[in-house]
Design a protein around this ligand. Sequence first.
Ligand code: ATP
Length: 198
Amino acid sequence: MIIGVTGGIGSGKSTVASRLGKLLSALVLNADDICRELLEPGGEGYTRFVRSGGERFLDGGGAIDRRRLREEMFRNAALKELLESILHPLVFKKITETAEQNPQTAIIAEVPLLFESGRYQLFDIVISVFSPRERVLERVVERDKVCPEAVLEIIAAQMPPEEKNRRADYVIENGFDLQETEKQLAALAAKLRQRISG
Ligand code: ATP
């Protein structure tokens, strides 16, 4: 069974995916980590991106300057589309292969762009992690040492969290303390165990 965890920036996706992973003894994958690996020199994504015009993002050592790429992607829709057209199929292939190789284990995949990618059919269950905007701002500013304006700019470019909640099978309300989130996760894990064994 493949369980997708999605949500906006700083909503608590990693927190929820790792804690739920422990409760379900699941394998936890992270789409951002997979992308990072794919874009390392020699990786499948690296080769395709460099061949499709990505050479200008190579640093002196031949690696992709991910920071420069991320910054330009934010302002260049064609570049974002190119990169996503290369990476999304490879990310979903990796998730599917991992599930096939581990048929007895639940897979939890943290995928920020789960709905935007149009591949949500791949997931048996989708969980949206929600935190109110003011909590997201506090937490991301603290975690990443960035200014609130930078976070607001990213939030404005993302699918509204309420839309993700509406489309998901389950919503975790992560605007409170971690104890409260743990409580919700314990209840959700009990339901999911039934679905996994049934
Ligand atoms: P990103 O979109 O940047 O990948 P994310 O959605 O994976 O972020 P997390 O990294 O899990 O979000 O959480 C963002 C920050 O908020 C982290 O520093 C995390 O420790 C903290 N955090 C998450 N949930 C809570 C909570 N319920 N109470 C307090 N802090 C929390």
